[in-house]
Write a protein that binds this ligand. Structure first.
Ligand SMILES: C[S@@+](CC[C@H](N)C(=O)[O-])C[C@H]1O[C@@H](n2cnc3c(N)ncnc32)[C@H](O)[C@@H]1O
Length: 179
Protein backbone atom coordinates (compact mmCIF):
# COMPACT_ATOMS: atom_id res chain seq x y z
CA UNK A 1 0.00 0.00 0.00
CA UNK A 2 1.47 3.39 -0.94
CA UNK A 3 1.50 6.48 1.30
CA UNK A 4 -1.48 8.13 -0.41
CA UNK A 5 -3.63 5.02 0.13
CA UNK A 6 -2.61 4.84 3.80
CA UNK A 7 -3.47 8.53 4.32
CA UNK A 8 -6.79 8.07 2.53
CA UNK A 9 -7.63 5.04 4.67
CA UNK A 10 -6.70 6.95 7.85
CA UNK A 11 -8.91 9.86 6.76
CA UNK A 12 -11.86 7.55 6.09
CA UNK A 13 -11.43 5.80 9.45
CA UNK A 14 -11.18 9.14 11.29
CA UNK A 15 -14.33 10.39 9.55
CA UNK A 16 -16.26 7.21 10.40
CA UNK A 17 -15.07 7.43 14.04
CA UNK A 18 -16.10 11.10 14.29
CA UNK A 19 -19.54 10.33 12.81
CA UNK A 20 -19.96 7.44 15.24
CA UNK A 21 -18.91 9.59 18.21
CA UNK A 22 -21.27 12.45 17.41
CA UNK A 23 -24.27 10.82 15.76
CA UNK A 24 -24.62 7.14 16.80
CA UNK A 25 -26.33 7.97 20.10
CA UNK A 26 -29.14 9.74 18.22
CA UNK A 27 -30.75 6.32 18.18
CA UNK A 28 -30.92 6.50 22.00
CA UNK A 29 -32.14 10.06 22.39
CA UNK A 30 -29.51 12.62 21.32
CA UNK A 31 -26.24 13.01 19.50
CA UNK A 32 -23.14 14.39 21.17
CA UNK A 33 -22.51 18.07 21.65
CA UNK A 34 -21.05 19.48 24.86
CA UNK A 35 -22.96 22.36 26.44
CA UNK A 36 -20.88 25.57 26.12
CA UNK A 37 -19.20 26.91 29.25
CA UNK A 38 -21.48 29.94 29.63
CA UNK A 39 -24.55 27.77 29.14
CA UNK A 40 -23.41 25.45 31.92
CA UNK A 41 -22.91 28.45 34.20
CA UNK A 42 -26.44 29.62 33.42
CA UNK A 43 -27.90 26.14 34.01
CA UNK A 44 -26.23 25.84 37.42
CA UNK A 45 -27.17 29.40 38.36
CA UNK A 46 -30.83 29.19 37.31
CA UNK A 47 -31.08 25.76 38.93
CA UNK A 48 -29.57 27.21 42.14
CA UNK A 49 -27.36 24.12 42.34
CA UNK A 50 -25.49 23.86 45.65
CA UNK A 51 -23.89 21.46 48.14
CA UNK A 52 -27.22 20.11 49.37
CA UNK A 53 -28.23 18.98 45.89
CA UNK A 54 -28.15 15.58 44.28
CA UNK A 55 -27.98 16.42 40.58
CA UNK A 56 -28.63 13.91 37.81
CA UNK A 57 -27.29 14.81 34.38
CA UNK A 58 -29.23 12.60 31.96
CA UNK A 59 -27.02 12.08 28.91
CA UNK A 60 -23.81 13.26 30.53
CA UNK A 61 -21.65 13.34 27.39
CA UNK A 62 -18.06 14.03 28.44
CA UNK A 63 -19.15 15.82 31.60
CA UNK A 64 -19.46 19.53 30.78
CA UNK A 65 -22.28 19.91 33.32
CA UNK A 66 -21.52 17.02 35.65
CA UNK A 67 -18.01 17.94 36.79
CA UNK A 68 -18.74 21.62 37.28
CA UNK A 69 -21.85 20.83 39.32
CA UNK A 70 -19.68 18.79 41.71
CA UNK A 71 -16.43 20.73 41.64
CA UNK A 72 -17.67 24.32 41.50
CA UNK A 73 -21.05 24.00 43.21
CA UNK A 74 -20.33 21.15 45.61
CA UNK A 75 -23.35 19.11 44.51
CA UNK A 76 -23.38 15.32 44.53
CA UNK A 77 -23.57 14.70 40.79
CA UNK A 78 -24.73 11.53 39.02
CA UNK A 79 -24.04 11.31 35.28
CA UNK A 80 -25.84 8.79 33.08
CA UNK A 81 -24.39 8.09 29.65
CA UNK A 82 -25.12 5.35 27.11
CA UNK A 83 -22.18 5.67 24.73
CA UNK A 84 -19.18 3.61 25.97
CA UNK A 85 -16.33 5.82 24.72
CA UNK A 86 -17.84 8.81 26.53
CA UNK A 87 -18.36 6.67 29.64
CA UNK A 88 -14.65 5.86 29.57
CA UNK A 89 -13.79 9.57 29.22
CA UNK A 90 -16.13 10.38 32.13
CA UNK A 91 -14.52 7.71 34.31
CA UNK A 92 -11.02 8.94 33.50
CA UNK A 93 -12.01 12.55 34.23
CA UNK A 94 -13.53 11.48 37.53
CA UNK A 95 -10.51 9.33 38.43
CA UNK A 96 -7.91 12.03 37.76
CA UNK A 97 -9.83 15.12 38.87
CA UNK A 98 -11.06 16.68 42.11
CA UNK A 99 -14.13 15.69 44.14
CA UNK A 100 -14.33 12.10 42.91
CA UNK A 101 -16.27 11.31 46.08
CA UNK A 102 -19.06 13.64 44.89
CA UNK A 103 -19.31 12.22 41.36
CA UNK A 104 -20.99 9.02 40.18
CA UNK A 105 -20.89 7.73 36.60
CA UNK A 106 -23.52 5.30 35.37
CA UNK A 107 -23.25 3.52 32.04
CA UNK A 108 -26.85 3.02 30.95
CA UNK A 109 -30.05 4.25 29.42
CA UNK A 110 -31.33 7.47 30.95
CA UNK A 111 -34.94 6.33 30.57
CA UNK A 112 -34.29 3.37 32.89
CA UNK A 113 -32.79 5.16 35.90
CA UNK A 114 -34.56 5.35 39.26
CA UNK A 115 -33.39 8.98 39.73
CA UNK A 116 -33.17 8.27 43.46
CA UNK A 117 -32.86 11.33 45.64
CA UNK A 118 -32.73 13.76 42.72
CA UNK A 119 -33.21 17.39 43.67
CA UNK A 120 -32.08 18.73 40.28
CA UNK A 121 -32.06 17.12 36.80
CA UNK A 122 -30.12 18.61 33.90
CA UNK A 123 -30.87 17.87 30.25
CA UNK A 124 -29.43 18.66 26.83
CA UNK A 125 -31.34 16.25 24.63
CA UNK A 126 -33.31 15.99 21.41
CA UNK A 127 -37.05 16.96 21.32
CA UNK A 128 -38.29 13.35 20.91
CA UNK A 129 -36.28 12.32 23.98
CA UNK A 130 -37.72 15.26 25.95
CA UNK A 131 -41.27 14.21 25.06
CA UNK A 132 -40.55 10.60 26.14
CA UNK A 133 -38.84 11.75 29.30
CA UNK A 134 -41.69 13.95 30.46
CA UNK A 135 -43.87 11.19 31.94
CA UNK A 136 -40.78 9.38 33.31
CA UNK A 137 -39.80 12.51 35.25
CA UNK A 138 -43.37 13.11 36.40
CA UNK A 139 -43.52 9.59 37.86
CA UNK A 140 -40.01 9.29 39.32
CA UNK A 141 -39.33 12.78 40.67
CA UNK A 142 -40.96 14.47 43.61
CA UNK A 143 -43.20 17.40 42.67
CA UNK A 144 -41.20 20.62 42.78
CA UNK A 145 -37.89 18.99 41.74
CA UNK A 146 -35.89 21.38 39.55
CA UNK A 147 -35.37 20.38 35.91
CA UNK A 148 -33.01 22.51 33.86
CA UNK A 149 -32.92 22.01 30.10
CA UNK A 150 -30.63 23.48 27.50
CA UNK A 151 -31.96 24.26 24.03
CA UNK A 152 -35.20 22.27 23.99
CA UNK A 153 -38.26 22.97 26.11
CA UNK A 154 -40.21 20.33 28.01
CA UNK A 155 -43.55 20.04 26.19
CA UNK A 156 -46.55 20.84 28.39
CA UNK A 157 -44.58 22.22 31.34
CA UNK A 158 -44.50 25.89 32.33
CA UNK A 159 -41.09 27.50 32.67
CA UNK A 160 -40.28 28.95 36.07
CA UNK A 161 -37.35 30.93 34.65
CA UNK A 162 -35.33 31.05 31.45
CA UNK A 163 -32.36 32.66 29.79
CA UNK A 164 -33.02 33.46 26.16
CA UNK A 165 -29.43 34.08 25.20
CA UNK A 166 -28.15 30.65 26.24
CA UNK A 167 -31.51 28.91 25.73
CA UNK A 168 -31.75 27.55 29.24
CA UNK A 169 -35.15 26.69 30.71
CA UNK A 170 -35.90 25.99 34.36
CA UNK A 171 -38.93 23.93 35.38
CA UNK A 172 -40.32 22.47 38.56
CA UNK A 173 -41.89 19.04 38.24
CA UNK A 174 -45.64 19.55 38.39
CA UNK A 175 -47.72 17.89 41.12
CA UNK A 176 -49.49 14.66 40.21
CA UNK A 177 -53.12 15.10 39.26
CA UNK A 178 -55.41 13.80 41.98
CA UNK A 179 -58.04 11.10 41.38
C1 LIG B 1 -26.14 16.81 23.50
S1 LIG B 1 -25.16 15.68 24.49
C2 LIG B 1 -25.12 16.56 26.03
C3 LIG B 1 -23.95 16.14 26.90
C4 LIG B 1 -23.84 16.86 28.25
N1 LIG B 1 -25.06 16.72 29.06
C5 LIG B 1 -23.53 18.32 28.06
O1 LIG B 1 -24.46 19.12 28.21
O2 LIG B 1 -22.40 18.64 27.72
C6 LIG B 1 -26.36 14.38 24.81
C7 LIG B 1 -25.75 13.12 25.41
O3 LIG B 1 -26.82 12.25 25.76
C8 LIG B 1 -26.41 10.91 25.53
N2 LIG B 1 -27.61 10.09 25.38
C9 LIG B 1 -28.52 10.12 24.39
N3 LIG B 1 -29.51 9.23 24.61
C10 LIG B 1 -29.21 8.61 25.79
C11 LIG B 1 -29.85 7.60 26.56
N4 LIG B 1 -31.01 7.04 26.16
N5 LIG B 1 -29.28 7.22 27.71
C12 LIG B 1 -28.12 7.79 28.15
N6 LIG B 1 -27.45 8.74 27.45
C13 LIG B 1 -28.00 9.16 26.29
C14 LIG B 1 -25.60 11.01 24.25
O4 LIG B 1 -24.73 9.90 24.08
C15 LIG B 1 -24.85 12.33 24.46
O5 LIG B 1 -23.61 12.13 25.04
Amino acid sequence: MDLVSILLLALILATVAAFYFVFASFAWGAGYQPAPRRTVETMLRLGEVGPDDRLWDLGAGTGAILFRAARERGAYAVGVEVEPVRVLILRLRRRFGRRADRIEIRWGNLFEQDLAGATVVTLFLWPEAMARLKSVLEHRLAPGTRVVSHWHRMPGWTEVASDRETRVFLYRVPGRASG
